[in-house]
Design a protein around this ligand. Structure first.
Ligand code: NAD
Ligand code: DAU
Length: 333
């Protein structure tokens, strides 16, 4: 199979490429990524020499480039997005361009090429947020996005769904909860806590820190994506979650404990505007229909993630200094 992965230099996309080539070593992958601040080719050092892997630096909004690439593949796995909620609050425009117009561009190219299989990576955030006693989100939960990021993802999901309804494009969509694992950009909560502690800094927790996220290991997420690609019903959406609701302050406490620091490292700072209180996912559909469930224990996965960040200090230090952005020029001229 020939696959176009978009956003494959980011956190989940780069883990997906490692995962997929590990499981399907005869497949070919083209990785289309613009290398925004979030794209880091150093995530792919171990596989960049492979003959069945190709990197293309480019924008999913570039119509000619996308048309050319889509003609070469059997499957598109679409991760590329502006993904950070805080950035969307302060500069929403890029979220509209990449997440909505970029997704539309890919859909058009897939349609024009006679219906290339298309898997769209969405998020649980399109469903809004939950109160403490609400049932978890499932595939039937009405959309109620609450940030420019989640609104742009909701719009992109609807375009993907409409390309199935109107044009019979063979699509599937997955909605996953908060991921953690190696290669996560260190402005997101878990790697931010770890790197701040390693730098002797405080941990900034928004508001009271009692907001809840359902954490899942990135490899469980990508195994779910693989399951949907291989066995999912065309036109359907699937929710993926970790069965692991934890408050932000408890995440901070777990990391403080593992890394041997005291709670005085926690600093409560101004809250995120419109901060979503709780996310939780009911993944019983994919569990019953496709036999998927998350497998990686959170305590174990978190310890491994901390160990990885300690052993790969250069990786995150090069992000902080900006040096990671020179790697493209060094490798690709
Ligand atoms: P990320 O920000 O780490 O990576 C995004 C990648 O997309 C980067 O490599 C970036 O360079 C690339 N990109 C951005 N704009 C582009 C453009 N216009 N053209 C081509 N490439 C572009 O994001 P992530 O955390 O890996 O998330 C990947 C996908 O998964 C996103 O669609 C996100 O909405 C979704 N998602 C993320 C999580 C999570 O917890 N991180 C959970 C559920 C869903
Ligand atoms: O639920 C899936 C979503 O998870 C994805 O769609 C997004 O792409 C991904 O970024 C993530 O969104 P969150 O906003 O939940 O992730 P973030 O790591 O930014 O924040 C996690 C929680 O921690 C959230 O409640 C905000 C809080 N937080 C975050 C930061 C960066 C803090 O308290 N302090 C911080 O400095």
């Amino acid at each position: 199979m020939k696959i176009l992965v978009t956003g494959g230099a980011g956190f989940i996309g780069s883990n997906f490429i490692h995962y997929w080539l590990g499981k399907h070593p005869d497949d070919n992958i083209i990785n289309l990524d613009l290398l925004t601040y979030a794209g880091n080719l150093e995530n792919l050092k171990e596989i960049e020499h492979l003959n069945n892997y190709e990197f293309v630096r480019g924008d999913i909004c570039d119509r000619d480039l996308v048309n050319d690439l889509v003609k070469k593949v059997d499957l598109i796995v679409h991760f590329a997005a502006e993904s950070h909620v805080d950035r969307s609050v302060f500069s929403p425009r890029k979220f509209v361009d990449t997440n909505i117009a970029g997704t539309h561009n890919l859909l058009e190219a897939a349609r024009n090429t006679g219906g290339v299989r298309f898997h769209h990576i969405s998020t649980d955030e399109v469903y809004g947020h939950l109160g403490p006693n609400d049932p978890p989100f499932n595939e039937k939960t009405p959309y109620a996005p609450r940030s420019p990021y989640s609104a742009s993802k909701a719009a992109s999901d609807m375009l993907v769904q409409v390309y199935f309804t109107t044009y019979k494009l063979p699509i599937t969509i997955s909605h996953c909860s908060n991921n953690y694992g190696r290669f996560q950009f260190p402005e997101k909560l878990i790697p931010l806590i770890i790197t701040n502690l390693m730098l002797g800094k405080k941990i900034p927790l928004y508001g009271d820190g009692k907001q809840i996220r359902d954490w899942i290991h990135v490899d469980d997420h990508n195994r779910g994506v693989e399951t949907i690609i291989e066995k999912g019903r065309i036109g359907d959406t699937y929710c993926l979650g970790g069965n692991n609701e934890v408050t932000n302050i408890d995440i901070a406490r777990m990391i403080l404990d593992i890394m041997g620091h005291d709670e005085d490292k926690i600093e409560h700072v101004a809250d995120r505007p419109g901060h979503d209180v709780r996310y939780a996912i009911d993944f019983s559909k994919i569990n019953k229909e496709l036999n998927w469930e998350p497998k990686i224990d959170f305590q174990k996965g978190l310890r491994e993630k901390i160990k990885w960040m300690i052993e790969n200090e250069q990786w995150w230090r090069r992000i902080r200094s900006g040096e990671y952005q020179d790697y493209y020029k060094q490798q690709y001229g």
